[in-house]
Write a protein that binds this ligand. Structure first.
Ligand SMILES: C[S@@+](CC[C@H](N)C(=O)[O-])C[C@H]1O[C@@H](n2cnc3c(N)ncnc32)[C@H](O)[C@@H]1O
Length: 178
């Protein structure tokens, strides 16, 4: 039951359709969180590296977790992976950090897949819900520039864009192919 709920909140059904379920990807999860939920859902992968400012360095089997700022990950590092995840992270980053990340994405080797999920503020209701959520839980004032910057700067690389409600949260999902 908890797993089902978590899957729904994470948006895994949509993310699963963005990737080939039979392929063993090497995965870079930017802002993976303390519990990298993606690993609970997808079991077959070549290797997985999660980076996040609020985790401890850990490694087991083909999984590595590193305490790092997304800004520290350079193009060379990103190019080692087939699939890059940015799930519920952009709204926490400074606009300059998002811009620098998108520049790096645009310079990656062709064929890389990037999946982004972020909250969307299509009206005052969704804006308020999302802002209140992070203000109460993380004491952080979030913004909604991430998806707008993707649409403005990576238009030609957007393969699929889906907007979906999860309960009272409205999210946007992008499958980006370089
Ligand atoms: C809402 S959580 C999402 C976690 C995970 N991607 C998921 O969907 O379950 C946002 C995560 O981004 C991380 N984060 C925020 N700013 C970051 C930065 N500059 N570099 C790395 N991680 C960052 C936070 O520590 C947090 O774990």
């Amino acid at each position: 039951m908890r797993q089902k709920l978590r899957k729904k909140i994470y948006g895994y059904e949509i993310i699963r359709n963005f990737i080939n379920k039979d392929k063993d990807y090497s995965i870079l999860d930017l802002g993976c969180g303390k519990i990298p939920f993606f690993l609970e859902f997808k079991k077959n992968f070549k290797n997985y590296q999660g980076v996040d400012v609020s985790i401890n360095d850990t490694a087991y089997d083909n999984i590595t977790l590193k305490k790092k700022d997304i800004d520290q990950i350079d193009i060379e590092e990103m190019n080692k992976y087939d699939l890059i995840l940015v799930i519920d992270v952009l709204h926490h980053l400074k606009v300059e950090a998002i811009e620098s990340l998108l520049i790096k994405f645009s310079k990656l080797h062709p064929g890389k897949i990037i999946i982004v999920k972020d909250p969307i503020d299509t009206n005052l209701f969704y804006r308020t819900i999302h802002i209140l959520h992070d203000l109460v839980i993380n004491r952080e004032l979030i913004h909604f520039n991430g998806y707008k910057l993707i649409e403005a700067n990576m238009r030609k690389n957007i393969d699929t864009k889906i907007i979906k409600n999860n309960f009272w949260y409205k999210n946007i999902f992008f499958k980006i192919i370089i």
